[in-house]
Design a protein around this ligand. Structure first.
Ligand code: HEC
Length: 152
């Protein structure tokens, strides 16, 4: 690296600013790609939440190994959608409300709430009663954000 940023504060700020801004955008060539990415993550998460909910309600036989496998997937995928709310992705085939993009700090904290709940899901899924409770808490965290920021 031959970056002589020490000589000029303006250049240093420019380099630093670029480093901060680059990672989020660089993952997606177009806003449509970001929309597709986050919707895909939500779809997978929704599918596995559906499997757990069916077991919780007794619509499907409880299987601890399958439940814990779904819980692990949910906990991993629940970390993915958030970086994809990039500028420009408020337009197009999206179910995200325009307000979301003006409230990214709030979205971040709702996402953190979800991650807190999904972090407890895998252990809970090893026991039917514990799973019922934790699926409820997780579902409430999904709903809290959807009510504010998703067009239903
Ligand atoms: C912090 C906010 C937030 C949280 C938490 C959240 N969602 Fe969403 N969800 C959204 C937004 C915004 C959209 C619309 C995304 C889009 O269309 O661009 C969405 C869309 C979806 C979709 C539709 C995807 C599609 O293909 O259009 C599903 C399914 C979904 N969420 C399931 C879940 C589940 C299940 C959880 C909890 C485990 C959850 N979401 C948690 C904000 C959230």
């Amino acid at each position: 690296m031959i970056a002589r940023t020490g000589t000029c504060p303006g250049a240093a700020a420019l380099v630093f600013g670029t480093l901060l801004a680059a990672p989020a955008m660089a993952q997606f060539a177009k806003p449509e790609d970001a929309i597709k990415y986050r919707q895909s993550a939500f779809t997978v998460m929704g599918n596995h939440m559906g499997r757990l909910a069916a077991m919780a309600k007794g619509e499907r036989p409880y299987d601890a190994a399958a439940a814990q496998s779904s819980a692990r997937i949910i906990d991993t995928i629940a970390k993915l959608p958030w970086e994809a709310f990039v500028p420009g992705s408020d337009q197009g085939k999206t179910g995200a409300k325009p307000e979301l993009f003006a409230n990214l700090a709030d979205v971040r904290s709702l996402a953190e709430r979800l991650n807190g709940e999904t972090g407890k899901l895998t252990e809970a899924a090893g026991n039917l009663d514990a799973m019922r409770k934790q699926v409820g808490a997780t579902g409430a965290a999904c709903k809290a954000c959807h009510e504010k920021y998703r067009n239903m």
